[in-house]
Write a new protein. Structure first.
Length: 151
């Protein structure tokens, strides 16, 4: 149960970082950054147009699913706020609202797993290795900036 709560909190944190505005700093995965990131990965992998289409479709599908989960979470938050205003709080109502969000997260997880498997199938071994290197890289720590030393 604790793992489920921790995973849910991590996904909410991910969505928060994903949707923050330009001025918030850091690497941006939002609407404008998504296309730059796809073109960067596509160039890095030397992807064919068919592979690029699979990547683009996967990102669009995951984005739409994530937006649906975000809307569901906002709806649940509003419903829980209303429940707190009432004199009696029904614990089953709270569980039902959280279950709705969990169902959306589970659908997002299944979609992500399917899209990752689809992408794995269309890439060759060298491209998979390059993508694995990109995924394992911590961009925040690798960029030193113009005034930082390597020590």
């Amino acid at each position: 149960m604790l793992g489920l709560l921790f995973g849910t909190a991590c996904l909410f944190g991910f969505f928060y970082v994903w949707r923050r505005p330009h001025g918030a700093g850091g690497f941006r995965f939002g609407r404008g950054g998504r296309h730059r990131m796809l073109s960067f990965v596509s160039r890095r992998l030397d992807a064919t147009p068919a592979q690029e289409k699979v990547m683009r479709d996967a990102v669009q599908d995951l984005r739409s699913r994530a937006d649906a989960v975000w809307a569901e979470a906002s709806s649940a938050r509003s419903a829980l706020a209303e429940a707190f205003r009432s004199p009696d709080l029904d614990p089953e109502f709270v569980v039902a609202e959280l279950r709705r969000v969990d169902d959306g997260l589970e659908e997002l997880r299944r979609t992500l797993a399917g899209r990752v498997a689809e992408l794995h199938a269309v890439l060759d071994q060298d491209q998979r290795q390059s993508l694995a290197d990109l995924l394992g890289r911590d961009f925040r720590r690798s960029w030193r900036g113009p005034y930082r030393t390597a020590g």
